[in-house]
Ligand binder design. Structure first.
Ligand SMILES: Cc1cc2nc3c(=O)[nH]c(=O)nc-3n(C[C@H](O)[C@H](O)[C@H](O)COP(=O)(O)OP(=O)(O)OC[C@H]3O[C@@H](n4cnc5c(N)ncnc54)[C@H](O)[C@@H]3O)c2cc1C
Ligand SMILES: Cc1ncc(C[n+]2csc(CCOP(=O)(O)OP(=O)(O)O)c2C)c(N)n1
Length: 583
């Protein structure tokens, strides 16, 4: 039976057909027919954000914390251009979102019409794919295809630009089940390559699993299989910022995060290993450091669903194109059915070496003095929220790295952060998206005060929908990460990294109708955090911390893994004066 309806109705019908429960958006002239349809139904909840960037980050937070695609709806012109940062963010971090934009009527395109922008042109480089719809008959099928493209293979953002006359016109609705797609990425890995990897694992003397966001993208089964594989082999495992939670932080083989602000042991293992098994990570420059010094002695395997990711930055010996869960399932089968064993003696020696690196206690600190150290704040937040059904989002900067270092993630999809683009302003709207999906969970956005101010208007959204998001601000009154680089790499010339005027965050909370809590004394911190957790509503927590704390360990940009800075004492004379850095 063919169903005739307007384009605007088709949009809502197609979203329902796709099982969408929430849309984050902001209305305007070019999308009013769609908003009219939203008004006339109760199945999909629309969340009115305060800025289109917020809609896209909220959709990202929703997607990352549920494994389902997120949806945003914005108007033409400024609505679409405001969505560009979020789209780029989602592209960099492989987050599946669908953004619907209104467009001027087809017959006015190219006339500099009111609020006209070349949305498909502007967003072509920052989407996985985008479409401009000129025919209402094609609209529903394109929306179904968009969901398929966003969520298949390497996930990413897609955009559909819908002119207003297409929304008004009547056409034939095509159901999801009728969709035919030519886009079918390869999910099964080549069994010969998988067997080669199993052989390399059996003879490896210093192996490591280097895991990333691809494990999370692949779904909960991938994390489970990864855990089984780690247990079956006893190999150490590290993870990128995007992969935190794919293996539990309390697990016996866990080395902590690797990379620029990763642990000493994780980076030393990466440097010295003889077999590196990359599972769903992309050899990002925060990981490799100086490329010609990156893990010089290792055979490298790379499991990735995107062929363009393999051999892009680092040449690998065992490339395996496929989905993490599928490949790990086959790898485990090969490992077990062929009765493969690891080199136990070599592995024991490797772990002995690893223990000596771990003994460095690179994240160790002492809370002395009257000022809260950010590491202490994170450690207490971890201790006091651990047993909760907890989701963490972050902003970008030092606080983001301290959160990654000191909060332990036991499961996937619990950690939402802007890794690839490093978008200040991501965390607050992302926390809203997460809380919409997990209404009873404890959702905390760990923020720096500068980042937080970039999308603080979304506190209004949190209030409107009764979302009890906790905004935990590590307030150092500085653009901390910038200040740190200026101190270490730019001769202590602190150019524009100090916010001379900051709002009173407690009063700001109250202005929004939220609760404000301020804490500056380490002795009061536990009680203040407990008060934040207990409050049944949105909270802005202004945690006044040491202003000049640096985030260590740190591999300065362009240096090798074994040229890591461990703490402040080493910095004096190590960088700047000679350019040489000591471990
Ligand atoms: C201030 C700052 C500091 C940072 N410091 C660090 C740091 O110290 N350490 C660190 O790790 N990061 C750091 N980052 C983050 C860094 O910039 C990158 O975002 C991150 O390292 C990339 O993680 P990833 O390699 O796991 O890749 P992702 O961006 O998560 O990419 C995932 C990879 O897996 C593939 N993939 C996706 N889905 C699947 C699937 N189903 N099956 C198989 N493959 C799949 C993709 O094709 C891609 O190649 C920092 C970011 C900021 C903002
Ligand atoms: C939108 C955007 N602009 C600029 C930057 C560059 N940048 C990275 S970290 C940072 C400072 C962040 O300060 P704050 O949020 O207070 O966090 P802190 O580092 O102090 O913890 C800046 C400006 C960025 N990542 N994103």
């Amino acid at each position: 039976m063919t169903k005739m309806m307007t384009g605007a109705k088709m949009v809502v019908q197609a979203l329902m057909d796709q099982g969408v429960e929430v849309v984050f958006g902001y209305p305007g002239g070019a999308v009013l027919p769609i908003y009219d349809e939203i008004f006339q139904q109760n199945q999909i909840q629309h969340v009115l954000v305060r800025h289109e960037q917020g809609a896209v980050h909220a959709a990202e937070g929703y997607a990352r914390s549920t494994g389902k695609p997120g949806v945003a709806l914005v108007t033409s012109g400024p609505g679409a251009t405001n969505a560009v940062t979020g789209l780029t963010d989602a592209l960099m971090d492989s987050i599946p979102i669908i953004v619907l934009t209104g467009q001027v009527p087809t017959f006015m395109i190219g006339t500099d019409a009111f609020q006209e922008a070349d949305t498909v042109g502007i967003t072509r480089p920052c989407t996985k794919h985008n479409w401009l719809i000129k025919d209402t008959d094609k609209l529903a099928n394109t929306i179904h295809e968009a969901f398929h493209v966003a969520t298949s293979g390497r996930p990413g953002p897609v955009l559909i630009d819908i002119p207003k006359d297409v929304q008004f016109a009547t056409g034939t609705y095509s159901e999801k089940s009728k969709r035919k797609s030519h886009y079918a990425p390869q999910v099964k890995g080549d069994i010969a390559m998988i067997t080669e990897l199993a052989e390399a694992m059996a003879t490896a003397k210093r192996p490591v699993f280097y895991t990333g966001g691809g494990v999370i993208n692949s779904g909960p089964a991938a994390s489970q299989l990864l855990r089984e594989l780690v247990e079956a082999t006893g190999f150490p495992i590290t993870s990128t910022l995007m992969g935190l939670g794919c293996y539990p932080a309390s697990g016996p083989a866990w080395l902590g995060m690797l990379g620029m602000h990763g642990t000493y042991e994780a980076n030393m293992v990466m440097h010295d290993c003889d077999l590196m098994i990359n599972v769903g990570a992309r050899f990002d420059d925060r990981i490799t450091g100086r490329l010609d010094a990156f893990s010089p002695k290792s055979v490298k395997a790379h499991i990735d669903i995107d062929a363009s990711s393999i051999n892009k930055v680092v040449r690998v010996d065992i490339p395996i194109l496929g989905d993490v869960a599928h490949v790990l399932e086959d790898l485990l089968k090969v490992w077990k059915t062929q009765g493969r064993r690891t080199d136990k003696e070599a592995l024991a020696k490797w772990w002995k070496q690893i223990k000596t690196w771990q003994a460095t206690d690179c994240l160790g600190f002492t809370q002395d003095g009257p000022v809260i150290r950010p590491q202490y704040a994170m450690s207490r937040l971890e201790a006091l929220t651990k047993g909760h059904d907890r989701y963490i989002t972050t902003e970008v900067g030092q606080h983001q790295m301290w959160a990654a270092q000191y909060l332990g993630f036991e499961d996937p999809n619990r950690w939402m952060t802007s890794g690839g683009l490093g978008t200040m302003g991501y965390g607050t709207p992302a926390s809203i998206g997460v809380q919409m999906a997990h209404r009873d969970a404890l959702v905390i956005n760990v923020a720096g005060e500068a980042s937080w101010l970039m999308n603080m208007q979304e506190m209004g959204t949190a209030m409107q929908y009764g979302l009890p998001v906790k905004q935990f601000i590590l307030n150092n009154e500085r653009l901390g990460m910038v200040r740190q680089w200026q101190q270490l790499l730019h001769g202590e010339r602190y150019s524009q990294s100090w916010s001379q005027s900051l709002p009173d965050f407690v009063k700001l909370a109250e202005a929004f109708g939220a609760k404000g809590i301020r804490c500056s004394d380490p002795a009061d911190l536990d009680e203040a955090i407990a008060e934040m957790i207990a409050y049944d509503g949105p909270v802005i927590f202004d945690c006044l911390v040491e202003k000049h704390e640096n985030c260590f360990p740190m591999i300065p940009s362009g240096k090798a893994h074994n040229e890591m800075l461990l703490r402040d004492a080493q910095v004096k004379g190590a960088i700047g004066a000679t350019g040489a850095v000591l471990v």
